[in-house]
Design a protein around this ligand. Structure first.
Ligand SMILES: Nc1ncnc2c1ncn2[C@@H]1O[C@H](COP(=O)(O)OP(=O)(O)OP(=O)(O)O)[C@@H](O)[C@H]1O
Length: 352
């Protein structure tokens, strides 16, 4: 039998199959024409700004809100008809009883299902083997979140919804949880992961959906979305600040509204034949679309122009760039506010 086929040779029905979802709250459009299909064993990353409709979509998929129109099937059924042993939802805010230990909590959640994972094993999986006897209220915020992730996987679900599962968890713990989720997906669990953490989405998600104003504005693998919407690579030159004179005292231009320190001016001249933008406050120069092999040419140009700089950093476009380009016009304005962009780069908004 090939992967993706039933024993009779027919194609597998997607684990999540939603068509034409519409949901409004009064004047607010929470979901508009949302269609989505997620196959078994896929980690689907759901991204989007605050208020984009992610929670509403998860509620629609789990049958906990009524839709204005559209159809949803999960695990081959209407959401409300699905066996609760096969599905699990970890909401953003989840507060289990405080006066139980981590071990007791996981044993309690395990007891709710016909078949459950061994609580001791779950404790170890979420990196809390040493903290099983600590009351939930005495665990740190990140440890509490790990217990919540453990509770969510108690029933070894076929379909797992996770809303910001690693918020508050330290980097090492985050890796532990990521490894756990990867292992679950490898064994066939389908995961719908809502996150604002682009690194998390890029690391875990096989496919990503970007919601904005209730619409699914882009769907694809992280790499196809990055290739399509991520823009170009960036080489950032962190310029050495002129210590003797600040920007207002050193302007060599006749245009008073465009005062700039000599280092920046020299740098602009030096890289004039590259596509660049400058970030005045940070005194950095962002040069676009420099393949690694051309970094040396930029370094030569800076040296020829007698430009002093503290460091160079090179970055390929990533999912955050996609997010900002596709879903986050309003978000982008917020992010970019502290920085004045100038220069002649048409993609100046990419500078960071
Ligand atoms: N019960 C409700 N009553 C009225 N409006 C609601 C309700 N639930 C959600 N909304 C509105 O619907 C829109 C989508 O909300 P939703 O909670 O789905 O966004 P979200 O993407 O999950 O946001 P966040 O990232 O902040 O969690 C928002 O404008 C929100 O104010």
């Amino acid at each position: 039998m090939n992967a993706g086929e039933y024993a009779d040779g027919g194609p597998l029905e997607p684990v999540v199959d939603a068509e034409g979802l519409e949901k409004t709250y009064g004047e607010t459009v929470a979901l508009s024409s949302v269609s989505l299909s997620v196959d078994q064993g896929t980690v689907f990353g759901l991204l989007g700004p605050n208020g984009a409709g992610k929670t509403t979509l998860v509620r629609a998929l789990t049958g906990t809100t009524d839709l204005d129109s559209g159809s949803v099937r999960i695990l081959g059924n209407e959401p409300r008809a699905v066996d609760r042993n096969r599905i699990s939802v970890l909401p953003q805010a989840f507060s289990p009883p405080d006066r139980l230990t981590a071990r007791e909590l996981l044993a309690y959640y395990a007891s709710l299902y016909d078949e459950a994972r061994d609580p001791e094993r779950v404790l170890a999986d979420v990196g809390l083997a040493e903290d099983g006897d600590t009351w939930y209220e005495n665990l740190s915020g990140g440890q509490q979140r790990r217990v919540c992730v453990g509770a969510a996987i108690s029933n070894d679900p076929d379909l797992l919804f996770l809303d910001e599962p690693t918020t508050g968890i330290d980097p090492a713990g985050r890796r532990t949880v990521w490894g756990l989720l990867e292992a679950l997906a490898e064994r066939g669990t389908t995961i719908i992961l809502t996150t604002h953490d682009m690194a998390e989405a890029e690391h875990l998600a096989d496919r990503v959906g970007l919601l904005a104003d209730g619409r699914l504005v882009a769907t694809g693998t992280p790499s196809t979305l990055i290739a399509e919407h991520g823009g170009s690579s960036r080489l950032t030159v962190d310029l050495e600040t002129d210590t003797e004179s600040g920007p207002s005292a050193t302007a060599s231009t006749t245009d008073d509204s465009n005062l700039e320190p000599p280092s920046l001016e020299r740098a602009r001249d030096a890289v004039a034949h590259f596509e660049y933008a400058t970030t005045r406050e940070k005194e950095a120069l962002v040069i676009h679309d420099v393949p690694p092999a051309r970094i040396g040419a930029v370094v030569d140009a800076l040296e020829d122009g007698d430009v002093a700089y503290n460091g160079l950093s090179w970055a390929e476009p990533n999912l955050e760039d996609v997010y900002l380009a596709v879903a986050g016009d309003s978000e982008r304005r917020g992010t970019m506010q502290p920085t004045t962009l100038e220069g002649r780069a048409s993609t100046a908004g990419d500078a960071r």
